[in-house]
Design a protein around this ligand. Structure first.
Ligand SMILES: *Cc1c(COP(=O)(O)O)cnc(C)c1O
Length: 337
């Protein structure tokens, strides 16, 4: 089977497993796992920030960030497609007691003007606007991305208005291979950044939250109370170090394959519209009258797995384990659907 369900389906390569096996480990709840400490320093420095914290998932790093930046009865401003709103089980309300103020952006992207218009005045009967969350790339937006030129006015607005700015950068590295921008510049524009190493980068587990020392000190307490304090997890951190050092620049290959799939789909009669393919995600609507489920069944019978993103919407995600041979096969199948 060719699995295009997500870029989380990758398995560690023999080289990665070998590197993991050789990791030096200790009890990270006591701060004594040398490999986790190395990963946290490496990533903090990569983004020009003081500290980072290793967590089991990107949901946890986002939830901890929201918790650190807000008080109950505050609100988070984000696009209506945001992962923090759509796919984290409503955790913003459960963990932080905050509301969301949703913006209808364009393919998951919002502007400084939209954010400014969404900031609430201060009245007893309104939640207090406290945090803005941007997602880069934006999953439900079809892998759309912000450039630094688009982020800059948002950073300025947040500074002027006393709002915190968090980046959900689960797939940030797929963006940076497109824009050529660097991680320190990204870090400079946000109060906190979350990255996932278990997506396109190909580690089995692991996300990091990056920020200043005070924020990460607080984050360590919240990680513990959420049940995310791990012990000899240096084996996992080793996989993340391996992925960051060896599997980063190749993300361009995944993006290019996704773009080829997008171009092919645009020409197919069974496709109504393909969201602009900017990174490694392809989202398209089927032509009128066609449903995603039977389409996915047919694809499956031809050896390809993908996922529905709405009743008539399909998503493909390319990744490390999606080979050139598989790509040829997928292109052939899609021409004949
Ligand atoms: C995958 C993802 C996350 C985190 O997901 P986990 O499965 O909890 O690691 C966060 N934000 C975005 C945009 C994602 O795509």
């Amino acid at each position: 089977m060719i699995n295009l369900i997500s870029d989380t389906v990758t398995k560690p390569t023999p080289q990665m497993l070998d590197f993991m096996m050789k990791a030096e480990v200790g009890d990270d709840v006591f701060g004594q796992d040398p490999t986790i400490n190395e990963l946290e320093s490496y990533v903090a420095e990569m983004f020009g920030k003081e500290k980072a914290i290793f967590c089991p998932s990107g949901t946890m790093t986002n939830q901890i960030a929201i918790k650190c930046h807000t008080q109950p009865l505050d609100e988070v401003i984000c696009d209506h497609y945001s992962h923090v709103y759509q796919y984290e089980t409503g955790g913003y309300a459960f963990n932080s007691g905050v509301a969301v103020n949703l913006i209808q952006g364009t393919n998951g992207k919002i502007t400084a003007e939209q954010i400014e218009a969404a900031i609430k005045p201060v009245y007893d009967w309104l939640p207090i606007s406290k945090l803005v969350v941007l997602e880069n790339s934006c999953n439900k937006g079809g892998g759309s991305y912000y450039t630094l030129d688009e982020i800059r006015p948002i950073t300025t607005l947040c500074k002027d208005r006393g709002l915190k700015l968090h980046l959900d950068g689960a797939r940030l590295f797929n963006v940076l291979v497109e824009t050529g921008e660097n991680t320190v510049d990204i870090g400079n524009h946000f109060d906190s950044v979350s990255i996932c190493i278990s997506k396109g980068l190909g580690a089995p587990v692991g996300s990091l939250l990056i920020g200043d020392a005070d924020l990460i000190k607080q984050a360590r307490r919240y990680r513990k109370v959420m049940g995310g304090g791990m012990r000899q997890a240096g084996y996992l951190a080793a996989a993340c170090l391996f992925a960051l050092k060896n599997q980063r620049t190749r993300l361009k290959i995944d993006n290019d394959k996704a773009k080829e799939i997008g171009l092919l789909l645009e020409k197919q009669p069974y496709v109504k519209v393909v969201r602009p393919v900017k990174t490694n995600i392809v989202i398209f609507d089927l032509a009128d009258g066609q449903k995603a489920d039977p389409f996915l069944e047919k694809l499956k019978s031809k050896g390809i797995l993908a996922t529905a993103f709405g009743p008539e919407t399909v998503r493909f995600v390319t990744h490390l384990d999606y080979t050139d041979e598989m790509h040829v096969e997928v292109m052939n199948v899609l021409k004949r659907m």
